[in-house]
Design a binder for this molecule. Sequence first.
Ligand code: FVH
Length: 293
Amino acid sequence: MNHRTDTSVTVIGLGLMGQALAGAFLKAGHPTTVWNRTASKADHLVAAGARLAPTVGDALKASSLTIICLTDYQAVYELLGAGEAELDGTMLVNLTSGTSAQARQAARWAAQRGARYLDGAIMAVPPAIGTAEAVILHSGPQADFEEHKPALDALGTVTYLGADHGLASLYDVAGLVMMWSILNAWLQGTALLRTAGVDAATYAPFARQVAAVVAGWLPGYAEQIDSGSFPAEVSALETDARAMEHLIEESEAVGVNAELPRLIKAMADRAIAAGHGGEQYPVLIGEFGRPHA
Ligand code: FVH
């Protein structure tokens, strides 16, 4: 990664993630100021060269760029909304996890106080911070992102998503649903195979192969969704639904949990009832794109 090391940076919030963020800035050579409610969490960072600000207000004044990473947005308001935190003229990058609505609200809140604001989402665990493996998403004014990207690069693979402050949080949850869906599907398959004495390690390479094949379908399926046309080029939804029934029957017969298979089939059944049985699987976007009554 290409780092410019002269930018002074403040990190507010030294939980597991904030400590990793501050550590990465220090490692890249940035003069780094830190602040945390529980000051002792800064000890090893101070030993590594960080400056511990006596107050959050001092921390905000110390640098041209402030990263904040707290438990949630409520904590951000509690901390930065307190009298001593002067936000006017600061550049805030909020890497606290939340929803898109919370991010947009925080952007308005910051603007009312004269701060420049980028929202962000971290798709990595603390040990990955500072490596290319750490994907860090940003949204908000592009000029602010471009100006501070050389410093933000110290944290990992930083990506700009667009001016809408909510985008980073939306991509974050979109990534989470991919992660949990893949893991849940693998766990369902593992539970089924264990009833026949096949262990998880034996199934894992096969599951990985299936996941890779399905991932390869995504660009073509995305074209169908974006065009709103779902011709059954390889399989119709009603054919898939029959296989879903096998999955439910098998799960019940061998005594494993059938909740996930039933949910999958219920969504397909609704689309079929609405007349989409002859179309291809991505037609289910209609079911995902609205609340379940
Ligand atoms: N850790 C991870 O793997 C994930 C990866 C994906 C993104 N997250 C998000 O990062 C945010 C912080 O997570 P964390 O792991 O650092 O969390 P903690 O170790 O629990 O640290 C929480 C920090 O927040 C401070 N804090 C909480 N409430 C307040 C408050 N009212 N005023 C001031 N500071 C507050 C807390 O301070 P202290 O307890 O040490 O005094 C910690 O610094 C989070 O959004 C994850 O979803 C991490």
